[in-house]
Design a protein around this ligand. Structure first.
Ligand code: DGL
Length: 275
């Protein structure tokens, strides 16, 4: 067990993703828990995680978790469905701090679907994972589930191509089997996809409900911190710091655009970038 030292409520929360997708979770955390200081790591030099082996993703996520823990994080949020599927159990074995993972919102989707047909968009790695199989077996045995891998979509978000003809073309193709089955509920099974939600909703029309679990993860984080006596009760807003393994100026511009303010982006701490 790494870093079995006392944790403090004023310590920061570490949040990680393969790239900028986890910002869709970070913004929910910021909104719900403004007093918390946040450390965000984008592993941009190694994305997409969705086409890598689970062993590779586990190795990257472990390195990043080690550096977040060394920076004093009191909790870790794996703001990536693919990384959660590959690594959350080993992180929980290795680290004493609370580890919060993501999973596609299959359960709320099943509750919401009247037609009993649910679509899921996810990365290839997530689609292949045991976690996806288990989720569907557990929550969706009485509904039809159309699971669609979406290679290339993460890269479009990373280019900030949120409304381009190429992104619309890719999405139309990925949504076609889901539309053909007349699903009335769609799960965004990757944290990059909420940035495409306006385009997805435009393509699907109002009859399909889109489910994104970012808000639920922030609420889960809050109750876990409360239960562990780690919630920051300060009235002063916390700080947000960004780190990326990608090219600094590119990341600075991209993260600033999605975060909605000018940000500084630092390189990953020494050691965290070794593959
Ligand atoms: N945001 C990650 C997820 O939720 C994207 C993974 C990738 O880099 O392919 O799955």
């Amino acid at each position: 067990m790494v870093d079995d030292i006392p944790l403090h409520s004023d310590a920061p929360i570490g949040v990680m993703d393969s790239g900028i997708g986890g910002l869709s979770v970070l913004r929910e955390i910021r909104q719900l828990l403004p007093a918390e200081s946040l450390l965000y790591v984008a592993d941009s030099a190694h994305l997409p995680y969705g086409d890598k082996s689970p062993a590779f993703v586990r190795q990257r996520v472990t390195r990043i978790a080690e550096s977040l823990s060394a920076m004093g994080a009191k909790a870790l949020v794996v703001a990536c469905n693919t990384a959660t599927a590959a690594a959350v159990e080993s992180l929980r074995e290795r680290f004493a701090l609370p580890v919060i993972g993501m999973e596609p919102g299959v359960k709320p989707a099943v509750l919401s679907s009247k037609r009993r047909v649910v679509g899921i968009l996810a990365t290839e790695g997530m689609v292949r994972s045991n976690r996806m199989r288990e989720l569907v077996a557990r929550f969706a045995h009485e509904v039809e589930v159309v699971i669609q891998p979406c290679p290339g979509l993460v890269e479009q978000v990373e280019r900030h191509a949120l409304h381009t003809p190429e992104t619309a073309r890719l999405l139309r193709g990925y949504l076609a089997p889901i539309v053909a089955r007349e699903a009335d509920t769609l799960v965004l099974g990757c944290t990059h996809y909420p940035f495409l939600q306006p385009l997805i909703e435009q393509l699907l029309g109002p009859s399909v409900t889109v489910i994104n679990t970012g808000g639920a993860i922030a609420r889960h984080l809050k109750s876990r911190l409360e239960a562990d006596g780690l919630l920051n009760g300060s009235a002063t807003p916390g700080t947000v710091r960004f780190f990326s393994s990608g090219e600094e100026t590119v990341q600075q511009a991209l993260i600033g655009r999605l975060w909605g303010e000018v940000v500084a982006v630092a390189p990953l701490p020494e050691g965290a970038d070794d593959v």
